[in-house]
Write a protein that binds this ligand. Structure first.
Ligand code: NAP
Length: 239
């Protein structure tokens, strides 16, 4: 039986990926900061995985002493570990780059066979954003590590779209640019079933997931419950 470590296993994507690996017969270890979190459904309906997975390891990517042994006997590391909410103690560099680098070093020492990492769609066009820099800096480390790897670059997740819906329900609809920018969100369950699993069977080194299709302005008009007098407001780039 192949063994996988899911780092970021308590997150939106990580939980769906852990569930998908389990469903496909893998031995699944998850790295989490708080095991209680995965005993409950997530705020976007993420599955309860505490009793589903084989091993729950508590650790913090900023504290190397808590990560010892996490890659022992592991064949594949999947990491969606990242800083997605403001944290007044740590920067994107501390988590997305340095945290993942610590896990990569442990993976190399434990002779893990493959490392799958989640970066961001069109990252190369947004390198002025600190979070994107940190993602791509880690991607660079992975490329030169000598390990078999895949870097998945997905479009925005549905979990983030709720912010648009909440604002729309208050009568304000943020649009990107002049409404000409396109968006094509993906659900973590689909990302877990599709690209994440494909990256194991084949050996792509880079996968862009999601094609930019619907203009956000048009997307807005499709949102349910949009008040009649919705005000469309242009916002600057994410970051
Ligand atoms: N949202 C999007 O639209 C989008 C699009 C493309 C790519 N991405 C990238 O996809 C990745 C996953 O996104 P997501 O929505 O699944 O994020 P998420 O729900 O916030 O999950 C992030 C995971 O990282 C963990 N983590 C953060 N800091 C940690 C630390 N110091 N030590 C150990 N674990 C730590 C979190 O643990 P806790 O549960 O304890 O917080 C959580 O399990 C991120 O890197 C994100 O940048 C996101």
């Amino acid at each position: 039986m192949k063994k996988v470590l899911v780092a970021g296993g308590s997150g939106y994507l990580g939980r769906h990926v852990a569930k998908e690996f389990e469903h496909r017969g893998y031995y699944v270890r998850v790295l989490v900061r708080n095991p209680d979190k995965i005993k409950e459904k997530g705020e976007h309906g993420e599955p309860i995985i505490y009793d589903l997975v084989d091993d729950v390891v508590t650790g913090d990517a900023t504290k190397p002493e808590t990560l010892k042994g996490i890659c022992d006997d592991i064949d594949i590391v999947f990491s969606s570990l990242g800083l997605t909410k403001p944290d007044f103690k740590h920067s994107s560099f501390d988590i997305d780059y340095m945290g993942n680098k610590r896990i990569l070093d442990l993976a190399l020492a434990s002779k893990v066979k493959k490392f799958i990492y989640i970066s961001v769609f069109n990252a190369e066009k947004m390198l002025e954003i600190q979070n994107i820099q940190a993602h791509e800096q880690f991607a660079g480390e992975l490329r030169k590590s000598g390990l078999d790897y895949t870097i998945i670059r997905p479009t925005g997740y549905f979990s983030d779209m709720i912010q648009f819906l909440n604002l729309a329900n208050m009568g304000i609809m943020p649009i990107l640019g002049e409404g000409d920018k396109r968006s094509n969100p993906i659900h973590a369950a689909d990302l877990a079933k599709s690209a994440s699993m494909r990256s194991i069977r084949k050996q792509p080194i880079s996968m862009r997931v999601g094609l930019m299709s619907s203009p956000t302005g048009r997307l807005a008009s499709l949102l349910p419950g949009l008040p009649e007098k919705t005000r469309f407001t242009s916002i600057s780039r994410y970051g």
